[in-house]
Design a protein around this ligand. Structure first.
Ligand code: T46
Length: 183
């Protein structure tokens, strides 16, 4: 098996560690393999995304509601991010709780964020190139979000002056959002 999967304190969120092959040229690792990923729990990924961000950027907290929810497999190929997943499934015992991991081009880790979670990250390095697979295609009409600094979430972004999109600066609090994730 080329990967190790570590379930976090919200067990549906999984930290993925690849097997790295280093030699005098550099390194190689498999970043994804359907047959290895969570056996029957893998959601089929249908789209790949790339975003480039400078230091201090916060993107998120974003999600898509049913019928186009998105599970995400988030990886960083340049730089370092603080990557956050928030449980927004109404009847979940961990509703409103979040988990976070540092993903970087040094630790080569990926974070699996299931459907029913909001996702966001901040850039800790000079810049960051984030690559992520999603389990449903982009659906603007089903896009929703939560404001990055929601006091009930109290996420320690550790960014002094965050660089946020105009759209993200207007996102609602979790308590103001409506979503159709039950479990
Ligand atoms: C997400 C997406 C966006 N776009 C277009 C729409 C906008 O014209 C432009 C930038 O979109 P946005 O500002 O929503 O990009 P991010 O702020 O990086 O959004 C992402 O950031 C957080 C971290 C996420 O988890 C989501 O995957 C995603 O919402 O790309 C597309 O054409 N396809 C897409 O799948």
């Amino acid at each position: 098996m080329g990967f190790t999967f570590k379930r976090l304190s919200i067990p549906e969120v999984i930290l993925v560690e690849p097997k790295l092959y280093s030699d005098s040229r550099g390194f190689f690792y498999e970043s994804f393999k359907e047959s290895d990923f969570f056996s029957n729990e893998i959601t089929k990924f249908v789209q790949d995304n790339v975003s480039h961000s400078i230091n201090g950027v916060i993107r998120g907290l974003h999600y898509q509601i049913n019928p186009k929810p998105q599970a995400k497999l988030v990886s960083v190929f340049n730089g370092k991010i603080f990557d956050v997943a928030v449980d927004i499934r109404k009847k979940s015992p961990t509703y409103g709780r979040w988990v976070a991991e540092i993903l970087s081009d040094e630790n080569h880790r990926s974070l699996y964020v299931p459907e029913g979670f909001a996702h966001g990250f901040c850039v800790m390095s000079k810049e960051a190139d984030v690559f992520y697979k999603v389990s449903n295609e982009h659906s603007p009409e089903n896009e929703r979000g939560i404001i990055w600094n929601d006091p009930t979430l109290n996420i320690p972004w550790s960014v002094k002056k965050p660089i946020i999109s105009d759209k993200d600066s207007k996102l609602p609090l979790l308590e103001e959002t409506e979503n159709n994730f039950i479990y």
